[in-house]
Ligand binder design. Structure first.
Ligand code: ADP
Length: 259
């Protein structure tokens, strides 16, 4: 689905973030349109994962603002004043966003179906029967309906990652964040996970942010590519512009090394 001209679903304005003395994000700003598919690329350590973790409220920020679907992520309005977000606000904001990690982090002692139904039942109070029906639809979508009763230890890495995607989708987020979801997989298992991302990209209007080293996939998948270096966006453009005609020397040097 093409990006909408509507108000941005994510607005990041002047955020900075340090770990100790190390400034990982430096006065960073960008917006994402509803339905937009964004690839975040750049050298290791340039801050891409940190941005996803901040959006997922797994890390805080030192300064700047982030709005998601019109609401401040780390602040809330009370009595007409902005204040730091409390747990209830963060919980509400987290429901808009799902994340899939490099390492799948499935619950090892739960079967595939329970891995997918647990969060909707516990956090949203969805009835077991409804959660299971939705989970089976999602498992079918990722090609794993026949593994519903399997344990994670019986699955390949690619299958585990597809369950992790179904699990994140079970909470029906508006925005999905994918953090190098294929980089822990054997090369022959990468394709099956990319195929699921393709399907989501083509068949849903979800906003998707993808950190990846799969440049071919980033080129085909993304509406827009952000190239990061040292906590800043060095280049922001359409995939063809970034991959074929990068303007910045740093982007050119990075792409020359890895393509
Ligand atoms: P990328 O995803 O572009 O590889 P990251 O966002 O993972 O980059 O990391 C950016 C930098 O921040 C790295 O140098 C990393 O070591 C550092 N970093 C990330 N998380 C932490 C943390 N929790 N504590 C200290 N340093 C961190």
């Amino acid at each position: 689905m093409p990006p909408s001209a509507a108000a941005p679903i994510i607005e990041i304005d002047g955020i900075s973030k340090s770990f100790g003395a190390f400034k990982v994000l430096n006065d960073l700003s960008f917006s994402v349109a509803p339905g937009e598919k964004l690839a975040l690329i750049g050298p290791s350590g340039s801050g891409k994962t940190t941005i996803l973790r901040i959006l997922m409220t797994l890390e805080g920020i030192d300064s700047g603002t982030i709005r998601v679907a019109g609401d401040n992520l780390y602040q809330m309005e009370r009595n007409g004043k902005l204040q730091p977000a409390d747990d209830a606000h963060l919980h509400k904001m987290r429901e808009k966003i799902g994340m899939v990690f490099q390492l799948f982090n499935l619950f090892p002692h739960k079967c595939v179906l329970d891995n997918v139904t647990l969060a909707p039942m516990l956090t949203k109070g969805v009835a077991k029967k409804d959660a299971e029906q939705h989970a089976m639809e999602l498992l079918d979508m990722v090609g794993l309906a026949d593994k519903a009763k399997s344990m994670p230890s019986q699955l390949s890495g690619g299958q585990k990652q597809r369950v992790a995607i179904a699990r994140a989708l079970a909470l029906q987020p508006k925005i999905m964040l994918f953090d190098e979801v294929t980089s822990a997989l054997d090369p022959e298992l990468v394709e099956e996970v990319l195929n699921v991302l393709w399907r989501l990209c083509r068949e849903t209007d979800m906003t998707m942010l993808l950190v990846t080293h799969e440049m071919g996939f980033a080129h085909d998948f993304a509406d827009r590519v952000l190239f990061f270096d040292r906590g800043r966006i060095v280049e922001d453009g359409k995939p063809d512009e970034i991959f074929r005609h990068p303007k910045q020397e740093r982007t050119q040097a990075f792409l020359k090394k890895i393509i």
